[in-house]
Design a protein around this ligand. Structure first.
Ligand code: CUA
Length: 163
């Protein structure tokens, strides 16, 4: 069988890039432990309201942890509990969220905070809050007829600013 010279080059190039990308992927996944950050913690979604911390959704100040506040969010069709979140500027906040029915989204518009909330799984994200203002929180997973109405608000207030 005769293979043209250039065809051989391309074959070698194709196989080499495939191998290179698989090696990069392998190093990332197995050596650096880079995996999708979801599905780490599970929960019985039917009893979610009886299981801490979802027994008490809202903003909670915490001591002795790597973050200052825990914001516990329970999403359901078609709203968030709590309906509004207020945290001070400069704080480190851990968002802990889940859904009690179908898949919802939790995206804080204009930031890189964006979680998928799946029934049966707890989504967590730690963020440093370094900008004051009001940030719209939207559901970005289609969840039913009320999907477009599903939103919340993050208010970041400067504690040093006189009221
Ligand atoms: Cu909840 Cu879309």
């Amino acid at each position: 069988m005769h293979i043209h010279k250039y065809e051989k080059y391309w074959l070698v190039f194709g196989v080499a890039t495939l191998v290179a990308f698989l090696i990069i992927l392998g190093i990332g996944a197995f050596h650096q432990g880079s995996h999708p950050n979801s599905n780490k913690k599970t929960i019985d979604y039917e009893k979610v309201k009886e299981i801490a911390p979802f027994t008490n959704p809202g903003v909670h100040k915490v001591e002795g942890k790597d973050w200052d506040y825990e914001v516990v969010i329970l999403a359901s069709a078609f709203f968030y509990n709590p309906p509004e979140i207020e945290v001070p500027l400069g704080s480190k906040v851990k968002f802990i969220a889940t859904s009690e029915d179908v898949i919802h989204g939790f995206e804080i518009a204009g930031t890189n905070i964006n979680m998928m909330l799946e029934p049966g799984y707890i989504s967590e994200y730690v963020a440093e809050i370094n900008q004051t203002g009001e940030f719209l929180i939207v559901c970005n997973e289609y969840c039913g007829t009320g999907h477009t109405l599903m939103h919340s608000m993050l208010k970041v207030v400067d504690p040093n600013e006189s009221k």
